[in-house]
Design a protein around this ligand. Structure first.
Ligand SMILES: [Mn+2]
Length: 317
């Protein structure tokens, strides 16, 4: 971490006046959004941009704070010195980075085969959020930056499920600097799901298939939208969840997968193999991962189960 902090500081030294664009992964979550915001605090000439859209909690927080982002695809690359990417280092989740010179990536995801090339990549795959890295690395943290980083830490650890001692130390510091209560951060980190989405998730429960493999309860479902919200909801009880959505525009399936903490198989490895076999990209974390596949959702979910069973056997041996 000391090395990352020093490299970040020397990057800032060289680029503090640069005209950069700060962005995160597609369907930005709170970690990506808040890290863009925190990054902007040390790159005053930078513009913040989203590649496509924000997920529901990120959108609500964005609107609450009145943040100003532009659409990445609408910017003219010639007018900027390059791109800074937070919370993402794979081209699968940032196709819009194509043609941009990437000056800096800060990420806590594993390096994938579709790794984005950057002049400097600061990666800590043991960090449960990019926000935790930012909280440590920023030379100075203002009250409003501390507040957004605190919200992102609570959100991206799924309320501390993936936390480590350092997470609590950083959160305590963010609470102190921001002067806010934990309950206020939690309110933005885990906002109430709106009525339409609640109905969507409950509908997915109705269409869910339940199987047993290696002593694990494994569930699958095909949904029209919100696959990650659905797979999170499933994994409140199911040991492993795979949820698929068909993307008609690009003729591919998106899978969101989750595993409960006692599951020994790593979901990012399952997702990578599924993607490799069906033509797509995959990655993420051990307990929460995703992939794309050039196959219909039913076939893709079958492949997920096949790879999972294989991985369970490998782990048993
Ligand atoms: Mn993250």
């Amino acid at each position: 971490m000391k090395r990352l902090k020093a490299e970040f500081e020397s990057f800032l030294e060289k680029n503090k006046d640069a005209k950069l664009v700060i962005t995160g992964h597609s369907n930005m979550d709170l970690d990506a959004l808040c890290c863009c915001y925190a990054m902007r605090s040390v790159l005053p000439n930078a513009v913040m941009a989203y590649p496509d859209k924000l997920d529901a909690p990120a959108k609500a927080f964005y609107e609450h704070l009145g943040m100003e982002f532009v659409e990445l695809g609408k910017l003219n690359k010639e007018e900027f010195d390059g791109l800074v990417v937070v919370d993402c280092s794979t081209s699968v989740l940032l196709e819009e980075a194509k043609g941009w010179k990437i000056k800096l990536i800060i990420d806590h995801h594993h390096k994938s085969e579709n790794n984005l090339p950057a002049e400097l990549t600061l990666r800590d795959k043991d960090a449960p959020s990019t926000a935790e890295m930012m909280a440590e690395m920023l030379p100075a943290v203002s009250a409003d930056v501390a507040f957004v980083l605190g919200v992102a830490i609570v959100s991206d650890t799924a309320r501390f499920k993936s936390a480590r001692a350092h997470t609590f130390a950083m959160l305590a510091r963010m609470l102190e600097i921001s002067g806010k209560e934990y309950s206020e951060m939690l309110g933005f980190a885990e906002p109430e799901v709106d009525l339409e989405n609640k109905l969507n998730v409950l509908e997915a429960f109705r269409n869910m298939r339940i199987q047993m493999h290696g002593g694990y309860v494994v569930v699958t479902s095909v949904v029209p939208a919100h696959e990650s919200l659905v797979s999170s909801a499933f994994s409140d009880l199911a040991d492993v969840a795979f949820v698929g959505k068909w993307k008609n525009e690009i003729s591919e399936t998106r899978i969101s997968s989750r595993a409960r903490k006692h599951v020994k198989v790593k979901m990012n490895e399952v997702m990578q193999e599924v993607a490799a076999e069906l033509g797509g990209g995959g990655g993420g974390h051990a307990k929460a991962a995703g992939c794309s596949a050039k196959a219909r959702p039913g076939e893709t979910l079958d492949k997920c189960i096949e790879v999972l069973i294989r991985k369970i056997d490998e782990v048993e041996k």
